[in-house]
Ligand binder design. Sequence first.
Ligand SMILES: NC(=O)c1ccc[n+]([C@@H]2O[C@H](COP(=O)([O-])OP(=O)(O)OC[C@H]3O[C@@H](n4cnc5c(N)ncnc54)[C@H](O)[C@@H]3O)[C@@H](O)[C@H]2O)c1
Length: 252
Amino acid sequence: MAPVALSHEGRVAVVTGAARGLGQAICRGLAEHGATVVGVDLLDQAETGGMVEAAGARWQGVNADVTSEAAVTALGQEVQERFGRCDVLVNNAGIADPVPWDALDYELWQKILRVNLDGQFLMAKALVPLMKAAGYGRIVNITSTTTVMPIEIFIGYRVSKMGVIGLTRSLASLGEHGITANAVSPSLTPTGMTDGVIPDEVFEAYRQSASIKRTATVDDVVPTVLFLTSSDASWVTGQSFAADGGQSFCLP
Ligand SMILES: NC(=O)c1ccc[n+]([C@@H]2O[C@H](COP(=O)([O-])OP(=O)(O)OC[C@H]3O[C@@H](n4cnc5c(N)ncnc54)[C@H](O)[C@@H]3O)[C@@H](O)[C@H]2O)c1
């Protein structure tokens, strides 16, 4: 058997939510392992583009909303025309609803589901045809440990992230085309999503309850994503993995 290399040399990877946080770290990791990276975000992605190019990889930033079918379809065509392939899709873009039940209205509920779940569906719809044509593809959908945690906020968020696990299992039915799909749950990680939303004492409580007693960094999720998006992970599909320092395992 060839040694496990986690190489992404010659691969084209599309990462949503690439402007900052976990998506930015995933872009950098893929670039450091040789992938051409296409970042998708509503925000400016110049910082991520700089990191990818500093790693010696090709970069293309696309300003698009993952909830827009037209924008995502156009993105798929752009990837096809520019690179002729899409080997890796990391569905990472997401938003949260850090409010309890009484403050959650239907509009916010729908917005969360549109970005976190419909966005992943639309991206897969746009890029799976390229993977099928090549007989190869690696999809990683970012979900969350909130799916298994006893919290009173993030209600629509948790439902959307449970949906992501279901979507992932359905996408695993593409195995006959050489396509795998897996879900990855990061744990609570300081990013733009948590800034000003999650108080320090919550971080401290999570630190204490995890097996590994420190706060996660954006880089902690990257090796798991790199493995699942590599050709080495050809026999792993339809699964959901927590890269969470044992946090969800230990919480009461
Ligand atoms: N930070 C955490 O504690 C944590 C824990 C578990 C899971 N996650 C998940 O990790 C992923 C990344 O989160 P993060 O913490 O890096 O958050 P973040 O807010 O820092 O980054 C999310 C990115 O997604 C982009 N985005 C949002 N809506 C979009 C849309 N409609 N179209 C295109 N881009 C859009 C944002 O502009 C942003 O750049 C999310 O799916 C999140 O649910 C985060």
